[in-house]
Write a protein that binds this ligand. Sequence first.
Ligand code: DAK
Length: 257
Amino acid sequence: MEFILVDPQARPHVALIQLNRPKELNALNLQLMGELRDTLKQLDDDEQVRAIIIAGNERAFAAGADIKQMAGKTAIDMLNVDQFSTWDQIRKTKKPIIAAVSGFALGGGCELAMTCDMIVASETATFGQPEIKIGVMPGAGGTQRLTRAIGKAKAMEMVLTGKFMSAAEAEKHGLINRVVPVELYLEEAFRLAADVAQMSPVAARLAKEAVNRSFETQLDEGLHFERKNFYLCFASDDQKEGMAAFVEKRKPDFKGR
Ligand code: DAK
């Protein structure tokens, strides 16, 4: 891996992926995205991993897709590269993913954070979809996920003017989970990941699937999907363990079975 650092057991059951192109503010070139896709697939298949954190560095989570790499491309070049398979792989990751964002999360960087399941930000985090300023528009979910997260008016303003949103505003509008001082943001992401990693991995997977389904279906169908996943939890040893532990007044020991 050239542009990504991976620690599969940064904390018990928690993996850390760090985007690592600091000089380019972690601009997401095709190689980096390919490495991220392959790493997520590996971690998703690793039974020891129960939660994944994606972070950049203090100055930048990611300042967007690599403009220098895209500048000369034609529509057919973009089509043939089929970057969407990479983004789809990220979206299909079954384990919970937390974005730990400090500094710039712009364009594809903001979209990457929004593709994750939760976002912990430092006070210096800045979110934006500034593609309009370079003559294009969001291409990896920005118009859809941002709108669902913060509503039409604010999303429209960000997408049409390229204006950035501070971490405090992003928290106020429900784009992110929480804001903490910059020296604590990674630790806070680890804390949240550890909370998730203590739970049943089976239940976490099924619950993540069900929450995500709510973005794609009518209420009726979503409730039906939720119910099926709820029943499926009862096929797991973890359900037996979780409920037995409650009755016996002890901590559950979930195995992901
Ligand atoms: N691409 C390439 N290089 C970048 C970059 C980017 N997005 N952002 C920053 N850099 C590079 C700069 O060129 C500079 O490199 P040198 O000139 O030193 O070689 C270095 O990082 C430091 O940046 P600055 O000198 O500009 O630093 P400043 O602090 O002055 O400014 C900034 C920071 C973040 C405000 C500024 O760098 C900036 O505006 N960056 C561009 C932000 C942007 O427009 N992002 C959106 C890009 S378009 C798709 C999926 C995704 C996408 C499209 C399609 N498919 C699935 C099909 C996404 C598109 C985008 O993200």
